[in-house]
Design a protein around this ligand. Structure first.
Ligand code: FAD
Length: 414
């Protein structure tokens, strides 16, 4: 029951700490986070929290995942502003940025991920902003308020979830928005062309200007160094007051790599969150999970962080608790909630239930060789839950059953 140190104080770190305590670890558990605040929810930063800031709501949206008092009750120590600089596996210690050295008997790496940048001239101009942390979100909220005041657009670079959520929130609060996506369609890595096109229509209906196949050549700044326009290869230059850089994240695996742990675009872990050092586990956005077929799976989601955290805590306590549940994810844009269950990228067939054009709920069912592998639903949480039950149980309706609008799918599940 020696001390357990947890690097990072985000979603995965917090859930690992709590699972260690509830799982019976009686020694010290310390969260070491490099931000100035304790654990908080990130998803609202592009959604409800940002909307609240733009609406000037008197009551701020509560972001805290756990307060320091809640952690203290479980005898979990939280240290904020504590950046871990190095891990010494031989001595079983780690070093903080302030030079302090701390011993550990077990180590958890839950360092999350960092926004990627782009090699474009002018990318360092003031007002070109990432969105990962609370501090980033506060800067973005100020940037959006500036767009509104000056009547200039926000340019979102990257048509992924974070970029599109911010675009939706900004549009709903009077900010003009242009989204620039390098690929020919939005959300191309995760959605079928059909659903990408549906999202494009949704955003255009709300007044977003979409530039697909965008080739950005430079970001222009004014004399004060503040972003003023984004220039495209076709000669266009779009004036703006703020740019959101939403081009994905890279796992924070540098510490692990420097300590000699296996990393491959993330800290390589097994289904139980173990690294190749039995005393060290990892969880959340910083990991790349080795699957049975040898491939690596990188997920960036709340569910992945919380489930891996529970597995990693169990592993440190000497138990096997593999994370094998169906991956799920959600995204809120305008009044639509997309929920995704399973991983549908390898699908060879998709069956639609409902009418995508009507504004009513619908679902898109993805099959591979006749077996269900994923379901995307819009404003249909009950179908999302049903799909997760099926996928978790390894059961599959047939494409024909899903395609039969008169059939109540729930009757098949029971
Ligand atoms: P994090 O929550 O990022 O925590 C890692 C922490 O470690 C950070 O505080 C970091 O500063 C700290 N750290 C890193 N290195 C060090 C170091 N050397 N020393 C000390 N501390 C360190 N997911 C969904 O499922 N649905 C959504 O709708 C959704 N929306 C999102 C919207 C936004 C704007 C963002 C940013 C993310 C969203 N996500 C969403 C993703 C989700 O928030 C992440 O998958 C989740 O937070 C991952 O948790 P984590 O603990 O792995 O990483």
């Amino acid at each position: 029951d020696g001390p357990i140190l947890i690097v990072g104080a985000g979603q995965a770190a917090t859930f690992t700490a709590e699972a260690l305590r509830s799982g019976g670890h009686s020694g010290d558990i310390t969260l070491l986070g490099d931000e100035s605040v304790g654990p908080y929810h990130r998803p609202p930063l592009s959604k409800a929290w940002l909307a609240g800031e733009l609406a000037g709501t008197a009551e701020p949206i509560a972001l805290a995942l756990r307060t320091p008092e809640m952690l203290a009750k479980k005898q979990i120590t939280l240290r904020t502003g504590a950046r871990v600089e190095a891990i010494d596996r031989e001595r079983a210690t780690l070093t903080l940025a302030n030079g302090e050295t701390l011993p550990w008997a077990g180590l958890v790496l839950a360092t999350g991920a960092s926004p990627r940048s782009l090699p474009i001239p002018g990318i360092d101009a003031a007002g070109v902003l990432p969105l990962r942390s609370h501090a980033d979100a506060a800067a973005l909220a100020a940037g959006l308020a500036d767009c509104r005041k000056r009547g200039l657009p926000l340019v979102v670079i990257g048509g992924g979830f974070i970029g599109l959520e911010v675009a939706a929130t900004a549009r709903q609060h009077g900010v003009a928005v242009t989204v620039m996506e390098a690929a020919p369609r939005l959300l191309g890595r995760v959605l079928t062309p059909q659903l990408s096109a549906w999202f494009a229509t949704l955003h255009r209906q709300h007044g977003v200007e979409l530039v697909l196949d965008a080739r950005i050549v430079a970001i222009e700044a004014d004399a004060a160094g503040q972003v003023s326009a984004v220039s495209l290869a076709d000669g266009r230059s779009l004036p703006c007051a703020c740019v959101l850089l939403g081009v994905g994240v890279a796992a924070n695996d540098a510490l692990a790599r420097a300590a000699g742990l296996a990393c491959d675009r993330g800290i390589v872990v097994d289904a139980c969150g173990r690294t190749d050092d039995p005393r060290i586990v990892a969880a959340g956005d910083c990991t790349a999970r080795r699957l049975d077929d040898g491939s690596l799976l990188r997920l960036e989601s709340v569910q992945n962080a919380t489930e891996q955290a529970r597995s990693a805590a169990a592993a440190l306590l000497g138990q096997d608790r593999p994370f094998t549940a169906t991956p799920w994810f959600w995204s809120d844009q305008y009044d639509r909630k997309l929920q995704m269950a399973g991983l549908s990228q390898a699908a060879d067939d998709a069956v639609l239930r409902g009418d995508m054009a009507s504004g009513a709920p619908f679902s898109l069912w993805h099959f591979r060789a006749g077996r269900l592998i994923g379901v995307d639903t819009v404003n249909d949480p009950r179908t999302h839950l049903l799909a997760r039950q099926w996928l978790d149980a390894g059961r599959s309706p047939s494409p024909a059953q899903v395609g039969d609008a008169a059939l109540d799918l729930k009757s098949l599940a029971t």
